[in-house]
Design a protein around this ligand. Sequence first.
Ligand code: PHE
Ligand code: NA
Length: 455
Amino acid sequence: MSELKSAPSAQTWTHRWTFVLAAAGSAIGLGNLWKFPYMTGMNGGGAFVITYLFCIVIVGVPIMMAEAALGRHGRHSPINSMRELARGSDASRAWGLVGWMGALSGFLILSFYSVIAGWGIAYTVDMASGVFQGMTVEQVGASFDALTASPVKVTIWHTVFMVLTGLVIARGIHKGLENSVRVMMPALFVLLLLLLGYSIVESGHFMEGVHFLFAFNPEDLSWDAVLSALGHSFFTLSLGMGAIMAYGAYMPKKASIARTVGSVVVLDTAIALIAGLAIFPLVFANGMEPDAGPGLLFVTLTSAFANLPGGMLFGSLFFLLVCLAALSSSISMVEPVVAWMTERFNVGRTGATTAYCAVVWLFGMGSVLSFNEWSGEEYQVFGMTFFEVVDFITANITLPLGGLLIAVFAGWVIKRSYIYKELNLSNAQFNLWRALCRVIAPACVLVIFFANLLG
Ligand code: PHE
Ligand code: NA
């Protein structure tokens, strides 16, 4: 035992993987499995996907590296790290505001994330009890509509998910969750591959799905779709709100940020693409519309499981994994805020978590009602429901804006030598990273913002 403990290489190895697991746990979630497919469907397919991949590489990777480096250098909650690191610049307080905006993003995202994860719990339970067995697509679709039409049912599951999130945070059992991520992620991968196999063999529309996902028709590319793709690249990588910065604070000095970020991004992107490749052939095979919206994942995959041998078992396992993936993401939205609350006020973790989660839960009721009582036009703003407004504000405004400011901060404000040491790259690589952070990533975000305002 003690021999193992004192072996330095073993220790470094564990630490490096702890950060990868925590960051991958944050990144991989409903964004990949639920949001990516339905956004792709609503934005016309290939053009959206290609733009999203472009944003991941040009904007997402350098900003994730910046967040991890700033977090590791600052070693506090994001709000305090940014303020500390900016000390001496005239705008120290202003940079603290970036942390605040991040906390706001986390608050807003969690409020609806918990509602959708609640649907996931409902599906895990229903799947395990066999209610879907032998159902047609129409019946599965009708039962999805029945679930979301019931504020009571959805509220119950929304509550359950929020309580679970709070329990993990309050009891500081991240370690336990990280270990389960280690098992969960490969299991999720295997089940997605199984679904992909089912799609290839049984749907008879696999190539149609591939074509829909990857065919680039420039005429599909409105500025609106480009903004959605940019926003989704922030959402899916958990960027622009301090989650990665908060985890970076626990990253050991020796671990390579570039390699770590590389693994997380590859995993996240692979899961999203496999989910898309499994789902769209089923959409076409069943004569569904790709732009069906937020129900897409639930209806297509549930009808596949309903007709698959062993579908009850695999289906409930799949939705259970979706819920766990959502949980490891939701705790990363809460952690930066709770860390800050305990630094700033004289409160313990339990008190801070309870108070915070209660307020987020209440706000989340707006999203619960968006699919039933408040779905009517009289409750909409700019033609969007409450849920759609919250989703739009976070993914398309506050996350990209937060990411833009973090990039500017890492590229222009903080001393070059600090970041240089943290990133530990060759000179050429460092200069490339710096050019991306200083000019290219901010320019991409600004151009897309202004094109949308004008267009
Ligand atoms: N990246 C997560 C997902 O894809 C969502 C998330 C966004 C998590 C922002 C943390 C912060 O599901
Ligand atoms: Na993701």
